[in-house]
Design a protein around this ligand. Structure first.
Ligand code: NAD
Length: 493
């Protein structure tokens, strides 16, 4: 892969950042620099916002019908599919996500989300209301205006689809800011789709906190959709109050994965491994707390560790690799520090917990899949989001205790329940305080189904009708139909 240097994309042009500074993009499998991105400052972010605002006010996008906008989205989906292999390779090189993962999940999901939202005409159409008064009443779904989107580094392509497709179909214009730790795939998409949309409708700002803060503070940004850490989300809420902009916050998680003794244990083992070790555990919905019923506790841990130890760890671009590196060495060190905390607080390290042995791991950001047993839910490794491949196993006895431990967290993003007892699954699902519950499965995201958090995992939804309507505002239009044409309001005085 040739190294690529990306500028900012504002108003249909690639432009240099005001200070002309760059940030390196590093391949976490090898430590090599594979490209650079422009480091935008606040002034650059504001320039992009002004371009998006001008495009919005011009009506070049918002005045189109949903069907017309849908045709543009179809073209974007097609362009992404056409470059699927290249995009998967860029994503794997930039993030350390395995090529199997980027090929079969990230790229197709991104394209499918554009294709899905391209067809939601009915959902955004006017809705007539049946009202017990002499009026004709309807709801119209207007765009919100300029949407700024700020994303995390763990699923760059998927977040791009999840945020941009619904924002655009609803008639908004967008300023998109990926994470500075992983911007290459999204920057490449901007190149691929260049010329499809009218100028200013979709703009790219790369860089870190400075650019993000300017977007959060801007009084010309009408809505901000954010995916990232809970603490950053809280800062954004404070900054966004400048113009009471609408927020949608997708934040952290510490999701419980509850396995009952009556479950299909083979399925539960497989699902548990995916739940904590896919993308090296760098998933907001990682099942990082494994709650095991006492009757199966020892056997399950033994089987799980045996599987985790046989993973082929390696370069993310190698098709044989099952487990790649973390996003960068700084993040790996933060995960290793949590491992030390776990040991200190008395959890039993069953496997992993260190950088794998071997010269091939020396320059990358690798860490072994790690399992801690005998964890108490009050321990740091059970309460804080590690965002890496560290599983904390907690023993429980009976349904009530499982629910109590599962809900004992400041987060509420997702949960998994493994049981063959349907009534038990329904009871537990109904009691869990989180936005998604997977029963006897893990990680299914569907364009039709809303996704989002309870508690400090955030608010607002992505995907589904709920996610679409986040990007629209409901306008009530009420027309008098009083026989004779003199409504009550007209005859009040
Ligand atoms: P982060 O909060 O550090 O950064 C996220 C984004 O915010 C980046 O683009 C960053 O440049 C920007 N940013 C940082 N400081 C900012 C500020 N003060 N003002 C405005 N923007 C700012 O998060 P991260 O390390 O990139 O991602 C990991 C976190 O994201 C984890 O907590 C994870 O759970 C969360 N996440 C949540 C979901 C979800 O859907 N709920 C999905 C994926 C990741």
């Amino acid at each position: 892969m040739n190294a690529k240097n990306y500028k900012l994309f504002i108003n249909g042009q690639w432009v240099v950042a005001e200070k002309d500074e760059e940030l390196p993009s590093i391949n976490p499998s090898t430590g090599e620099v594979i490209g650079t991105i422009a480091k935008a400052q606040g002034a650059d972010a504001n320039r992009a916002v002004q371009a998006a605002k001008a495009a919005f006010l011009s009506g070049v996008w918002s005045n189109l019908t949903t069907e017309e906008r849908g045709q543009y989205l179809e073209k974007i989906a097609e362009a992404i599919r056409h470059h699927a292999k290249e995009l998967a390779e860029i994503e794997s090189a930039d993030t350390g996500k395995t090529i199997k993962h980027t090929t079969f999940i990230d790229v197709p999901t991104c394209a499918d989300t554009f294709a899905y939202f391209a067809k939601v005409h009915k959902e955004l159409g006017d809705k007539k209301l049946a009202i017990g008064a002499p009026v004709e009443s309807k709801i119209c779904y207007d765009p919100i205006g300029v949407v700024a989107a700020i994303a995390a580094w763990n699923y760059p392509l998927i977040f791009f689809g999840w945020k941009v497709a619904p924002a655009l179909i609803a008639g908004n214009t967008v300023v998109y800011k990926p994470s500075s730790a992983a911007s290459l795939s999204v920057a490449r998409i901007f190149e691929i789709i260049q010329g499809i949309l009218p100028n200013g409708v979709l703009n790219l700002i790369t860089g870190g906190k400075e650019a993000g803060e300017a977007l959060a503070k801007s009084v010309d940004v009408d809505m901000l959709t954010f995916t990232g850490g809970t603490q950053t989300g809280q800062e954004i809420m404070r900054m966004a109050s400048a113009n009471t902009k609408k927020l949608c916050l997708e934040l952290g998680g510490k999701s419980p994965n509850i396995v009952f003794a009556d479950a299909n244990l083979d399925a539960a083992i497989g699902g548990t491994l995916s739940g904590i070790f896919m993308n090296q555990g760098q998933m907001c919905v990682a099942g990082s707390r494994l709650l095991l019923e006492d009757k199966i506790y020892d056997e399950f841990i033994e089987r799980l560790a045996k599987e985790a130890k046989r993973f082929k760890i390696g370069n993310a671009l190698d098709y044989q690799t099952e487990f790649g590196p973390l996003i960068n060495t700084a993040h790996r060190d933060s995960v290793l520090a949590y491992v030390e905390k776990g040991k200190k607080e008395g959890a039993r390290l069953v496997c992993g917990g260190k950088i794998p042995d071997g010269a091939e791991y020396k320059n990358g950001a690798f860490i072994e899949p790690t399992i801690f047993a005998d964890v108490k839910n009050s321990m740091t490794i059970a309460q804080e989001e590690i965002f890496g491949p560290v599983l904390s196993v907690i023993k429980f006895s009976g349904i009530e205790e499982a629910i109590k431990i599962a809900n004992d967290s400041k987060y509420g993003l997702a949960a998994m329940v493994w049981t063959n007892d349907k009534a038990k699954a329904e009871l537990v699902s109904s009691q869990l305080r989180c936005g998604t519950v997977w029963v006897n499965t893990y990680g299914g995201f569907y364009n039709e189904a809303p996704f989002g958090g309870y508690k400090q995992s955030g608010f607002g939804r992505e995907l589904g009708l709920e996610g679409l309507l986040e990007y629209a505002q409901a306008k009530h239009v009420c027309i008098d139909k009083t026989p004779g044409g003199i409504s009550l309001a007209s005859s009040w005085f």
